[in-house]
Design a protein around this ligand. Structure first.
Ligand SMILES: *[C@@H]1O[C@H](CO)[C@@H](O)[C@H](O)[C@H]1NC(C)=O
Ligand SMILES: *[C@@H]1O[C@H](CO)[C@@H](O)[C@H](O)[C@H]1NC(C)=O
Length: 264
């Protein structure tokens, strides 16, 4: 955990260097209070810290997961494209709040295919976006024994492939989330599973989070924390469960002092 906070700090450092260079050629004055600390929109940055495995060879019927990880500020979103078609929901953070310094986060995304069919053979692109910056990385999924193995809708139903029950899997979450003390944060926890899993968030003390003035589990599963405090620091666990089993992830929340942000 400490290592990943360090990694984030190093990345922030890189962003700060770029910021200084930008300032050399651009002395624009902004009414954005965050600008006093050097933040402007073109300071957005994102990088793919772990790209998906570039080539995956699997058989018809296999369970496949493609994994992709990105770091950035503001906290990145990750979408998956199959060929040119976006296949994930638009996972967007609430970026309406522009009059503050953006947080930064390391986020993970899993693309889950429960039952591989010949039509799934394609290029899959992981697209990470932070504000106006975008990075992509592509994986090729090959189906090794696909001849004559395609199934139409009727066949998928009668073979009980469509509508089958599956273990829950968390598909989008932040491993680390850093933001300035006093801001509101939204920690994502997207998931799949059939029957639809139940979701809970557990705080750093091991207590199941009940909604109150500051902590709210939103309908899509995200945890919103209003006006974060230094004492909110720690690992928050999102756990999803259905009749077949469970899955969980942990997000380390790091509330920063404003001056930490400018010194790092
Ligand atoms: C996701 O949604 C946001 C806000 O609705 C939009 O600005 C952005 O372009 C969308 N991204 C993609 C990849 O569709
Ligand atoms: C699906 O495939 C089966 C077996 O090949 C065929 O009998 C059936 O007519 C097909 N159904 C549709 C809707 O195409």
């Amino acid at each position: 955990m400490i290592l990943s906070v360090l990694l984030m700090a190093i990345s922030l450092n890189v962003a700060q260097c770029r910021r200084l260079n930008d300032n050399d050629i651009d002395n624009e004055v902004s009414s954005n209070p965050a600008a006093n600390l050097g933040y402007r929109e073109h300071d957005d940055w994102v990088q793919i810290s772990q790209p998906p495995v570039p080539v995956v060879n699997k058989k018809v019927g296999a369970h496949v997961e493609l994994y992709c990880e990105a770091m950035g500020s503001p906290p990145p979103t990750i979408q998956w494209y199959k060929g040119n078609m976006r296949i994930t929901e638009n996972e967007s953070f609430d970026t309406n709040v522009i009059s503050r310094m953006p947080g930064l986060a390391k986020v993970s995304s899993r693309l889950v295919i429960n039952y591989l069919l010949p039509r799934h053979q394609d290029f899959y692109r992981c697209v990470a976006e932070s504000g106006r910056k975008v990075r992509t990385s592509t994986a090729k999924l090959n189906i090794v024994n696909k001849e004559g193995r395609e199934m139409n809708f009727t066949q998928l139903i009668s073979a009980k492939i469509l509508g089958a029950h599956h273990l829950p899997r968390v598909t989008f979450w932040a491993q680390t989330y850093m933001d300035v003390i006093g801001t509101d944060v939204i920690l994502p926890c997207r998931f799949v599973g059939n029957p639809k899993p139940n979701l809970i968030w557990i705080d750093p003390n091991g207590k199941v989070i009940e909604n109150d003035d500051r902590f709210t589990v939103l309908p899509e599963g995200e945890l919103r924390i209003r006006s974060i405090l230094w004492s909110d620091m720690g690992g928050y666990t999102c756990a999803v469960e259905n009749t077949l089993g469970e899955d969980s992830i942990e997000t380390f929340l790091y509330p920063m002092q404003v001056n930490t942000y400018s010194i790092l």
